[in-house]
Design a protein. Structure first.
Length: 236
């Protein structure tokens, strides 16, 4: 599990939030058999109920389990939750639930349905023999991230695989660029602002992969910031 502590403001005071997250593989077939789940609806409901149960049991915590297909890096997750906390603190949140607000920032979408469409859990009945790759986030105002992680592990019988969110590849980056609608011109601007040359000819192969990831992450940060600016503060 990747762990990170972030400092935030709440009602004018600086506090620390403990984050824990990791890529995981879940054997959906075993899950169905163990809990007698009938179909995809039952499977999704099981995940939703697990999240709700954990947040009720650890009421100073936020828990989410999501599709990592378009997550570019651990920093993407950390910044999405930082913005989630800030939205609630500034009363600019769209959702009343932090775990859904987190998906909005992760996806840079204003509509919850759109965030769930791309970052929600997807189960394919035809591929039940293949472990489903997911990611969990635990954000706690108390230092009990390890305890919640153990509860997730026992409930889902997971295999931890951090490479799901840390591994870099051209194929994954192309998916991320397509999803976030990142243009070559945007990449060129970020490269130049960082004092680097951008090669537009076959950009994925003629530019350093780490540099491309860093530039895309900067653009995703900007999209998160615009999402925050678009929001209207909630009434008292």
């Amino acid at each position: 599990m990747i762990q990170k502590t972030i400092s935030v403001k709440t009602q004018g005071e600086n506090i620390e939030i403990y984050l824990g997250f990791d890529g995981i593989k879940v054997n959906i077939k075993n899950l169905k058999d163990k809990y007698k789940l009938q179909d995809n609806v039952d499977i999704i409901d099981y995940f939703v109920n697990l999240i709700s149960k954990l947040e009720s049991q650890y009421n100073q915590s936020t828990v989410q389990i999501f599709n990592p297909e378009f997550v570019i890096s651990p920093e993407h997750i950390i910044t999405a939750f930082y913005n989630t906390h800030k939205a609630f603190n500034d009363k600019k949140n769209i959702s009343n639930q932090k775990n859904l607000e987190f998906l909005l920032y992760l996806s840079t979408k204003r509509q919850i349905s759109e965030a769930i469409k791309y970052f929600g859990i997807k189960v394919d009945e035809k591929e039940l023999k293949t472990p489903l790759e997911l990611t969990y986030l635990i954000a706690s105002y108390e230092n009990n991230v390890e305890t919640i992680k153990e509860a997730i592990t026992q409930s889902l019988n997971i295999i931890n695989d951090p490479t799901i969110i840390t591994e870099k590849s051209i194929v994954k980056l192309q998916k991320i660029i397509d999803y976030f609608k990142i243009s070559m011109n945007q990449l060129k601007i970020v490269f130049h602002s960082n004092g680097k040359k951008f090669n537009e000819d076959d950009a994925f192969r003629n530019n350093n992969l780490n540099d491309l990831y860093e530039a895309c992450l900067e653009i995703i940060y900007e999209k998160m910031a615009f999402l925050s600016l678009e929001k209207t503060p909630k009434p008292e």
